[in-house]
Design a protein around this ligand. Structure first.
Ligand SMILES: [Zn+2]
Length: 269
């Protein structure tokens, strides 16, 4: 599944379309996770793309009259073609056509979505989201506040999009390892110092993944633009029964909230 770093890299790859005119949108298959609204093509025709940004894992196209929200789902990806090119791949569902080039949305499993709204901040998919992990609003004091109100473990808490967006399963295990916190620890038992460690570790892990992603930008011009998972250096994820890189204890695998979780029982408490 594309995680926040992959979506951020995707955004950077298409950022050059900001300021250009969106000539038209062609929808070849409306049956995504939610059906694409019927009036979407008509309402977005011949409009300037004023701004292009990301909120959580949504790519937001700010047009003159409306906003478009694109989610890549489990298997979605974007690639860029010349406007006149007509070599399509299986699962190419949507074309965003500009003057010289176009953005193609491909999604084999069709868990992605495209919504249109006039009021982006109150949209049902956006209004409940917590702060961006790389923003100043996600800090130790904020996380401690979330922990005090929580009855769950810390891994489940940081993966809940209402608390903070964009910390997916792999990044949660990796961030907690770096901060030396056991993923099963009750959130209420964390102190401010531990919360600060988790925040700085999560920012570090996500920033590193975005940095690695920058090197894959050229792939957006090739036939298959699928960025997949960035190959960040993993310390614990998928390393059960192998030795901890810090203390040589065996890495354990447990299931938390139905998700595979990896940690070192010696380094993380
Ligand atoms: Zn260890």
């Amino acid at each position: 599944m594309p995680e926040l770093p992959e979506v951020e890299t995707t955004l950077r790859a298409i950022k050059k379309f900001q300021g250009q005119s969106l000539t038209s949108i062609k929808v070849h298959n409306r049956n995504l996770r939610w059906a694409v609204a019927k009036g979407l093509e008509k309402n977005s025709r011949n409009q300037k793309l004023i701004n292009l940004h990301r909120r959580a894992k949504y790519i937001i196209f700010e047009l003159e009259n409306t906003f478009l929200l694109l989610h890549l789902g489990m298997s979605g990806s974007l690639r860029i073609l010349k406007s006149e090119d007509n070599y399509f791949l299986k699962h190419d569902h949507i074309e965003f056509i500009f003057d010289n080039e176009k953005i193609i949305y491909n999604d084999p499993r069709r868990f992605g979505s495209l919504h249109m709204t006039k009021d982006i901040n109150n949209h049902k998919l956006i209004s409940q989201l917590g702060p961006e992990p790389l923003s100043e609003n996600f800090n130790g004091e904020y996380l401690l506040d979330c922990c005090k109100r929580s009855k769950t473990n810390i891994k489940t808490l940081i993966m809940n999009q209402k608390n903070v967006v964009g910390i997916g399963n792999i990044y949660a295990s990796e961030s907690l390892y770096l901060s030396r916190i056991n993923p099963q620890k009750e959130s209420q038992k964390l102190d401010i110092e531990e919360c600060r460690r988790i925040v700085s570790s999560a920012k570090k892990v996500l920033s590193e993944a975005i940095k690695v992603g920058g090197t894959t930008l050229k792939d957006f011009y090739s036939a298959d633009g699928s960025p997949g998972y960035f190959k960040i250096r993993l310390n614990v994820y998928g390393r059960n029964d192998q030795k901890c890189k810090n203390c040589e204890e065996e890495i354990l695998k447990v299931t938390i909230n139905q998700r595979a979780t990896f940690y070192c029982p010696n380094c993380q408490s």
